[in-house]
Ligand binder design. Structure first.
Ligand SMILES: [Zn+2]
Length: 196
C-alpha cells in the first residue's frame, strides 16, 4: 500500500504529489480506485466517520481515470507557469472544466448559544475533483503561484507552496528530502576535506 505525501500545502499540489520522481522512474501512488478513496480521506477532504456518511466516496475505474487526467493537467499548468512557457490549452480546458462543476455540499449546523458550525455534507469523487480544480484555479491565478517550488533534491520532483517567511524553502519536507540533502552535503564536504 502506497504512503501519500502531503507536504505541498495545498490540495492541488498534494494531488500532483501522488506521482513522484516524475523525470526518472515515475512512482504512481494512485494505482487503484481504492488508493484514490484512501487519498481523499487522508487528505482530509471527506468528513470523519459518521453512521450516515461513508468515510470515503465510492471510487471506481472511471473516477480514477478522471483523477489522473485532472492531476496531470494541473501539473502541466504549474510546470508551464513556473517555467514561463506557453500554457497548454488542453490542460487549461481540463482544469477549467472541472472547476466549473459543483463541489461538495456544505451546510450550517446550529449549536448552543447562537453558535453555528460549518459541516461538510456528502461528497462524491466528482465533487472532490471539482474542489481540487478550484483550489488550482485559486493558487495558479493568484499571487501565491510565484511561491510554488519544486523540491531541490533529485529525483524527487514534488511541488510545494513555499510559505516560509524568507521564501527560500528548498525541499518538499525537512525530515525527508531536506535531511537527505543536508547529509549528502555534509559527506561531500568531508570527502573534500579528507581528499582522495
Ligand atoms: Zn522532495
Amino acid at each position: 500500500m502506497s504512503t501519500f505525501r502531503f507536504h505541498g500545502g495545498r490540495h492541488c499540489l498534494n494531488l500532483i504529489a501522488t506521482v513522484s520522481r516524475r523525470r526518472t522512474e515515475r512512482v504512481e501512488r494512485l494505482a487503484t480506485p481504492a488508493d484514490l478513496g484512501r487519498w481523499f480521506a487522508e487528505a482530509g477532504l471527506v468528513p470523519p466517520d459518521s453512521p450516515a456518511l461513508p468515510r470515503t466516496p465510492a471510487v471506481g475505474e472511471p473516477e480514477l481515470r478522471q483523477a489522473h487526467v485532472l492531476r496531470e493537467a494541473v501539473y502541466e499548468l504549474f510546470t508551464a507557469s513556473r517555467r514561463e512557457r506557453e500554457i497548454p490549452p488542453e490542460a487549461l480546458a481540463v482544469v477549467n472544466g472541472w472547476a466549473a462543476r459543483p463541489g461538495p455540499a456544505e451546510r450550517l449546523e446550529a449549536g448552543s448559544g447562537g453558535r453555528l458550525r460549518r459541516v461538510r455534507g456528502e461528497a462524491t469523487a466528482e465533487t472532490l475533483l471539482a474542489e481540487i480544480a478550484r483550489d488550482a484555479v485559486d493558487l495558479l491565478g493568484g499571487p501565491l503561484a510565484a511561491r510554488v517550488r519544486e523540491c531541490g533534491l533529485e529525483p524527487c520532483t514534488l511541488l510545494f507552496l513555499d510559505t516560509s517567511r524568507s521564501g527560500h524553502r528548498r525541499w518538499c519536507s525537512m525530515d525527508g528530502c531536506g535531511a537527505r540533502a543536508k547529509m549528502a552535503a555534509y559527506r561531500a564536504r568531508r570527502a573534500a576535506r579528507e581528499g582522495p
